[in-house]
Design a binder for this molecule. Structure first.
Ligand SMILES: Cc1cc2nc3c(=O)[nH]c(=O)nc-3n(C[C@H](O)[C@H](O)[C@H](O)COP(=O)(O)O)c2cc1C
Length: 181
């Protein structure tokens, strides 16, 4: 199975990064193929609502020319997509939101249908503050015909602080090892 992780945090070696690595470590140990993308390494322009992606003549492609055209085929090839983002003001980071807005071609193409989306979300306040973000992703996955997988919602604030919670790291690793399409 192909697991694609999208890391939407700007801090290198941040809590999101560490938790994603644990999930992927577990997944590789179980024979899955894994890849992690750092969204801040890609240019992702905002969706312009031009609606070209709704027209089948263009193959349901996005008209904007940027890093998303490297990411689109990877999304299509994945069985499980891990969306990793810290909580920023009770939602995802701006970069992750840019990516989610650009999933619009998949409404018409249905090419994400049947895939599993899962979330990796560290925050200062912990799981209690994640409800708005969880709902945003749950409804978006549903709209795209995706399944919502298990999430990792972890409490951590400083860079790398999650390493002081071995239980959370173990949970992430076990979740990765248990992934099924
Ligand atoms: C702009 C900004 C907004 C934030 N908003 C919240 C918030 O609403 N609730 C919360 O619990 N933590 C908030 N945080 C803290 C981060 O979620 C927390 O530090 C997280 O561990 C960062 O993850 P990272 O190490 O992967 O970058 C915010 C941090 C920043 C920089």
């Amino acid at each position: 199975m192909q697991i694609l992780a999208l890391n939407g945090n700007p801090r290198k070696q941040g809590n999101t990064d560490i938790l994603i690595d644990e999930i992927l470590r577990g997944a590789s140990s179980n024979g899955h193929q894994t890849e992690k993308l750092r969204l801040y390494d890609y240019e992702i322009q905002p969706c312009l609502d031009c609606r070209r992606c709704k027209q089948s003549e263009t193959g349901y492609n996005c008209a904007l020319k940027d890093g998303m055209h490297e990411i689109y085929p990877k999304l299509e090839a994945a069985d499980v997509i891990v969306f990793g983002t810290p909580i920023y003001w009770y939602g995802p980071t701006a970069k992750m939101k840019l990516l989610v807005d650009r999933l619009r071609p998949f409404i018409a193409s249905r090419k994400l249908e049947g895939k599993t989306g899962m979330l990796v979300v560290p925050s200062e306040e912990g799981s209690d503050c994640c409800a708005p973000l969880l709902e945003m992703f749950r409804m978006s996955f549903k709209y795209l015909g995706m399944k919502t997988g298990e999430s990792i919602l972890a409490k951590a604030y400083e860079r790398g602080e999650i390493r002081q919670s071995p239980g959370e790291l173990e949970r992430a690793c076990k979740l990765g090892a248990s992934l099924e399409p």
